[in-house]
Each structure stands twice: as structure tokens, then as C-alpha cells.
Design a protein around this ligand. Structure first.
Ligand code: DDH
Length: 300
């Protein structure tokens, strides 16, 4: 059985590639966090399928799910790390990269455990359509996140990740950042939700909200909220948590730590040796690390 290598050395190599002046707002961190989240957010507690184990996005079916548009960039950025540390599984690499990026962008230190394996075939891939659709509202949020086993408080805490990064019109169709400093992890997303004057954006694109923060002028790129983000202040139960997290950064950091750690563990069924089974129904596995994708036929 392949043994674990030095995860700290992988972490350091991930840290070293996060700043990238030619990409978006100067960091690949946000898109890496999104990769970790989308690899995990396919989990269903109804049948114990999906989740970060397996790194199914290497395969066409999951990799080209429209919900995952743009994540090929994140996977490509991590490819040199995989080539250097070929012992690590993609499933471990993508989740480790997510927590490393959050920390490097000023966020909390999220516990991370190794042992995920890489699928060797498409047998255990989750169906498409399990990730949230930003054009919808609170009922959809509950439908999607309750299926993963999260409650209302956890849905709001997880959504705070939108202090990071931006929407890209050529990926999701939406456009713009949520926060003034999209490469800094903070509770700004909640403050902006409550404090700014959100108006429907007048543009030739999908419905989204738009606002300017104090001090921004007409030429500055406006901030945005998706209908699903805005639903967090329209729904009284969600709003309660938005108010708490806007007022108390430490509470948000501590709750986010717990809920992100839970997210990246969804669907990971480890045996006593710390190695995950491909799937709960499957036989005990070993640390199967797929070969680097460059040079193979699988989809980045
Ligand atoms: Fe998100 N997200 N997300 N998101 N997300 C997008 C970008 C980023 C939704 C939709 C979108 C979470 C929850 C939701 C991040 C992290 C997390 C984009 C833009 C859309 C659309 C994609 C693009 O055009 O490039 C919806 C809907 C939900 C929801 O219903 C709750 C969660 C839970 C997380 C998390 O990490 C815990 C991050 C980071 C980005 C920025 C990516 C980038 O490239 O920048």
C-alpha cells in the first residue's frame, strides 16, 4: 500500500503558488477554495454518495457539469504540485489546497485529515445537479444543503466564503465580486449584505443585485450578490445568523472552521488505517493516487 508522504511540504508548495498577479484579483486562492467546496458539495446523506472522496471532477461527467465551469483553472493550477508530490491523491490535494488557501488569505486554520482515495472508474460518480443554483432562493438553499446534512446556521456560515473571489460572466454568467477585497477572508460579506443598498443590476445578463460600498465611485466595479445570497437576508431564520456573523467576526471564524471541516469530510468513510473506502458500499480500500492528469486522457 502506498504510504502518505510529507503533507507539510505539499502545503508549503501550495502556499507558494497562491499569489498570482496575472490572475483575477492577484490570487488563485478563491478559485481553489471553490474547487474544494464543489468537490465536497455533491454529497447526499440520503444514499451516502458524493463528497470529496474520489476526486470525481477528473472525469468528464463531473468535470464538465455546468456548475463546475471555471474549476478547470483551479485543477490546472494544482497540477504542478501533483506532479511533484505524485503520492498524494487528488482528493486529498484539492481539499488540502482549499484549507491552505483560506488560511493564507487571512482565514482560520481549518482542521484537515488525509486518507481520501482517487476513483479509478466512473462507478461512484455522483449525478449532476447536486450543487446550488445562484438564481434561486431560500427553499432551494434548504433543499440542497439539508441533503448534505447542514442546518440553517451552517448554511449561512458556509455562505460567508463569498467574501472571497468573484463571479465570471464566461463561467456562471454572473459577474463581479461580493466584497471590496476579494482576496481577504473576512465577515465583510455579511456586513455588505446588511449595510449596502442592493438594487437589481440593469444589464444584459442574469438577474443579480448590485451595490457600491461607501467611498467607491462611479468608475469602480460594483459589488454583487446572487439571488441566493440575498435570500439570506430575506428569510428570517437565515437573517438572524447573518446579523450575528456581521457583528461578531470571531464567532463567524469559529463557526466557519467547524462547518468547512465538516464539508470536506462529507462522504469520506475511513477504515481504522485512516484510508477511505471509495464509497460506503465498497470494500476496504488503499491509498489509491491517480497518476498526474497531464498526459492522460481524463479531463482536467
Ligand atoms: Fe459560491 N459561487 N456559491 N460558495 N463560491 C461562486 C463563486 C465562489 C454559489 C454560487 C457561486 C458557496 C455557496 C454558493 C465560493 C465558495 C463557496 C460563483 C461564481 C457562483 C455562481 C462562479 C464563477 O462565475 O466563476 C451558490 C448559489 C451558493 C449557495 O447556494 C450557497 C459555498 C458554500 C462556498 C464555500 O467555499 C464554503 C468561492 C470561494 C467563489 C469564488 C470563486 C472564484 O473563482 O473567484
Amino acid at each position: 500500500m502506498a504510504q502518505f508522504g510529507d503533507f507539510d511540504s505539499v502545503r508549503k508548495d501550495i502556499e507558494a503558488i497562491l499569489k498570482n498577479k496575472d490572475y483575477d484579483d492577484g490570487s488563485i486562492g478563491p478559485v481553489i477554495v471553490r474547487l474544494a467546496w464543489h468537490s465536497s458539495g455533491t454529497y447526499s446523506k440520503e444514499d451516502n454518495t458524493g463528497g470529496s472522496n474520489g476526486a470525481g471532477m477528473r472525469y468528464e461527467q463531473e468535470g464538465t457539469d455546468p456548475a463546475n465551469a471555471g474549476l478547470e483553472h483551479a485543477r490546472k493550477f494544482l497540477e504542478p504540485i501533483k506532479e511533484k508530490h505524485s503520492w498524494i491523491t487528488y482528493a486529498d490535494l484539492w481539499t488540502l489546497a482549499g484549507v491552505t488557501a483560506i488560511k493564507a488569505m487571512g482565514g482560520p486554520d481549518i482542521p484537515w485529515k488525509p486518507g481520501r482515495t482517487d476513483f479509478t472508474n466512473t462507478k461512484f460518480l455522483p449525478p449532476r445537479g447536486r450543487l446550488p443554483d445562484g438564481a434561486q432562493a431560500q427553499d432551494h438553499l434548504r433543499h440542497i444543503f439539508y441533503r448534505m446534512g447542514f442546518n440553517d446556521q451552517e448554511i449561512v456560515a458556509l455562505s460567508g466564503a463569498h467574501s472571497l473571489g468573484r463571479c465570471h460572466s464566461d463561467r456562471s454568467g454572473f459577474d463581479g465580486p461580493w466584497a471590496v477585497n476579494p482576496t481577504r477572508f473576512s465577515n465583510t460579506y455579511f456586513k455588505h449584505l446588511l449595510e449596502l443598498k442592493w438594487e437589481p443590476r440593469k444589464w444584459d445578463g442574469p438577474f443579480q443585485y448590485s451595490a457600491r460600498a461607501p467611498g467607491m465611485d462611479e468608475d469602480d466595479e460594483p459589488l454583487m450578490m446572487l439571488p441566493t445570497d440575498y435570500a439570506l437576508i430575506q428569510d428570517p431564520k437565515f437573517r438572524e445568523w447573518v446579523e450575528k456573523y456581521a457583528a461578531d467576526r470571531d464567532l463567524f471564524f469559529s463557526d466557519f472552521t467547524k462547518v468547512f471541516a465538516k464539508l470536506i469530510e462529507l462522504g469520506v468513510y475511513r477504515d481504522e488505517d485512516g484510508i477511505a473506502r471509495c464509497d460506503k458500499r465498497d470494500a476496504k480500500g488503499s491509498y489509491i493516487s491517480a497518476p498526474p492528469m497531464s498526459g492522460t486522457s481524463t479531463k482536467l
